[in-house]
Every structure is written in C-alpha cells, then in structure tokens.
Design a protein around this ligand. Structure first.
Ligand SMILES: *Cc1c(COP(=O)(O)O)cnc(C)c1O
Length: 227
C-alpha cells in the first residue's frame, strides 16, 4: 500500500477513535499540502481526500493550475497579505486565517460573482504573545459582527493555532477556550458552525473539544520541504 494512503488511513483512525472517546461527531480532515508536490496531492485524492490546505499563494496557485477544474476543494490557511486577497478570493473555497476587517472586506469585494460566497473562519490569537497572528479574544465579537455583514463572505466559525504543548491536558485548554468563544458568538446571535483546530501533534485534544475541521499535514504527507 502506498505511504500516503496508509498514513491517511492512520489519521482517519486517530480522528475516529478520538471522536468515539469524546462522544462527538468526527470532524472533517483538511490535508495540509504546503511544501508537498502536486503528485502527493494526486495520491491523497486517489485515496479519497477531497480538501487541501495551503499557506502560500504563489505555491498554491501553481498546484491549483496544475490540477485544474477536476482539482480538490482548496482552503487557504496561511497569513494573508492585502496584495494577495484577489488571488485568494478567486482560487479558494475557504479561508481559515482572516484576522482583520480590512482583509475580509477585500476578500468580499474580490470574490467573483460566478462563485458561491467565500467560506471564512476568523483566526483567534488564543495563546497571547506566542503567536502574532489572530484577532485578540476581546476584539472578536466586533470583528465577527462586521465580517458576517459582508455580501460575498459566509462567516462559518473560528480557527486557532495554539502554542505547542506536550501533554493532552495542556493541549486541550486553548481548544476549550476557542470552543467557548464560538459558543458565545452563537449565543449572541451570530450563526456559526465551524471550529478549525488541531494538527498532526494535537488532533486528539482538538477533537475532544469539538473540532469540526482538523488541519493535518505531516501525519499524512511526512516531512515537508521548508519554505
Ligand atoms: C502547516 C499547518 C498545519 C499542519 O501542520 P502539521 O503539524 O504538519 O500537521 C495546520 N494548520 C496550519 C495553519 C498550518 O500552517
């Protein structure tokens, strides 16, 4: 059996077991293909993987062009520069890493009218200074209210990349905070359904706290070529 198929099945098993243990529905798996060749994406697609995450617009654009209209669903998960918003709005179905209104406005304005609204998650800075990206929890509600009004964006939920933690208890804490922030926004009348959280090293903890999308790179594809 080829390696990507085998590793993908291992990840599916990990996710399914964590969901069973938590008594939760299993989340979707987003295969993070940054630093991986198009051939690796083709292999994962052949193994039934339908959605892929990329962090860099230039690298992603080449893969999206190579795979063409029969390609997978593309999710942008990296930091967003404002001069890249048009390319992102044209080529991706989802963006997980919106953290300021100006970027959301540009994405909405650039979303082509023949495509459905761009599916968006707001990235939250859960670990304080550990990460520079993400909206501060105190500013989240105002941002969510503004982004949810934009015509060509469908606000779906929240994303976070917590600082790495070794043990499962410490791993769960920031994921719990993100879930509680989502629940607060829903209670405040913003209809959201997505928690994008958990990567190769901490996906069990994220599933236990209610992840609906886990973003998994190395556990599926092995080590990537560094940027
Ligand atoms: C690279 C990356 C991932 C995947 O990380 P792995 O540890 O390889 O699973 C997930 N989310 C984001 C935002 C990333 O940049």
């Amino acid at each position: 059996m080829n390696t990507i198929l085998r590793k993908l099945q291992e990840v599916r098993d990990r996710v399914a077991q964590a969901a069973r243990q938590a008594g939760r529905e299993a989340p979707a798996i987003l295969a993070v293909s940054k630093g991986q060749p198009v051939e690796a994406i083709r292999e994962a697609m052949a193994a039934g993987q339908g959605s892929f995450g990329e962090n860099y617009v230039q690298e992603a654009s080449e893969k999206i062009a190579a795979l063409g209209p029969a390609g997978p669903e593309w999710h942008f998960i990296g930091p967003i520069q404002s001069n890249k918003t048009t390319a992102i709005a044209e080529h991706f179905a989802w963006v997980h890493s919106v953290d300021r209104l100006k970027i959301a406005e540009r994405l909405s304005a650039a979303r082509p009218s023949h495509l459905p609204p761009l599916q968006v998650c707001l990235q939250v800075n859960i670990s304080g200074e550990a990460s520079k990206s993400g909206v501060a929890p105190a500013d989240l509600r105002a941002l969510a209210e503004s982004v949810s009004q934009l015509p060509r964006i469908k606000l779906r939920g929240l994303m976070a990349i917590p600082a790495p933690a070794a043990d499962p208890v410490a791993q769960r804490q920031p994921f719990r905070v993100l879930r509680e922030l989502l629940e607060q926004l829903i209670a405040q009348g913003i209809p959201l359904d997505t928690l994008s959280m958990g990567m190769s090293e901490d996906l069990e903890a994220a599933v236990a706290e209610g992840a609906t999308i886990v973003r998994v790179g190395t556990a599926i594809f092995g080590q990537r070529v560094a940027k």
